[in-house]
Design a protein around this ligand. Structure first.
Ligand SMILES: O=C(O)c1cc(=O)[nH]c(=O)n1[C@@H]1O[C@H](COP(=O)(O)O)[C@@H](O)[C@H]1O
Length: 246
């Protein structure tokens, strides 16, 4: 594999802006402006600010992953997907555990918005497989799903593809198996990234940024290693160096 350029590496990073309000989120975003990375808006921030944060970040030139992990009956998800599409985000997720009908409904909601002229672009829709905080033991003994985490992840990936979604969220550890089952174009968005020596915290299935790139992932979701750093811009720089090493 050819080494990534710095700009290519930055375009693969989605910074998880898990912050309590717009001021805290924008303070980090402003330090990363112009870097080429994406911003991920999740529940903590979105529930506090509503859609205005998406507009604020778009105005600063960032591409946006809206991470609300919809999981509901198909009709509700279809309407939710239509509303999300109207906001002009670039990518959003639903839960694979909702099944094929629910995931199809998400894709239909996107189409509803685009066909009605409510949105200029159709966002990429992906499905969460097994959360990267879920360990093999928790999956088997607590959640009660037998077998390997990787098999459970690939099962959801195949359902997502069958429903017409473009990709999944999973750990970088499962990228090769997902691509083998669903094709190389099937998008993998991978949290559970920890630079060398960083604290794993609540994450369970983790790799370093370098390992994630070597494993062939499309996007690396990285939160606290950047957003909780004293200098987020320097933290991003160090990660980019790690990603561009051969
Ligand atoms: O959908 C997600 O983005 C997601 C799925 C998953 O399985 N694991 C996971 O950590 N995430 C998100 O990715 C981010 C990871 O943040 P850090 O652990 O701080 O790097 C958080 O915003 C999580 O909500």
């Amino acid at each position: 594999m050819a080494a990534l350029t710095r700009l290519e590496a930055a375009g693969k990073i989605m910074v998880a802006l898990d912050k309590p309000d717009a001021a805290a989120a924008l303070a980090v975003a402003d330090q990363l402006r112009g870097s080429g990375c994406w911003m991920k808006v999740g529940m903590e921030l979105f529930y506090a600010t509503g859609p205005s944060i998406v507009q604020e970040l778009k105005a600063r030139g960032f591409r946006i992953f809206l991470d609300l992990k919809m999981h509901d009956i198909p009709n509700t998800v279809r309407g939710g997907a239509r509303s999300i599409t109207r906001m002009g985000v670039d990518l959003f997720n639903v839960h694979g555990a909702g099944g094929i009908a629910m995931m199809k409904a998400a894709a239909e909601g996107v189409k509803d918005a685009v066909d009605a002229g409510e949105a200029k672009q159709a966002p990429i829709v992906i499905a969460v497989t097994q959360l990267t905080s879920t360990s093999q033991t928790v999956l088997n003994e607590e959640i009660g799903i037998a077998g390997l985490v990787e098999d459970a992840v690939v099962r959801y990936a195949k359902l997502a593809r069958e429903a017409g979604l473009q990709g999944v969220v999973a750990s970088p550890l499962e990228v090769a198996a997902i691509k083998a089952a669903c094709g190389t174009d099937f998008v993998t968005v991978t949290p559970g990234i920890r630079p060398r020596g960083a604290d794993a915290g609540d994450q369970s299935r983790i790799t370093t940024p370098h390992e994630a790139v070597m494993g062939g992932t499309d996007y690396l979701v990285i939160g606290r290693p950047i957003t909780a750093a004293l200098n987020p811009s320097e933290a991003l720089d160090n990660i980019l160096k790690e990603m561009t090493e051969q």
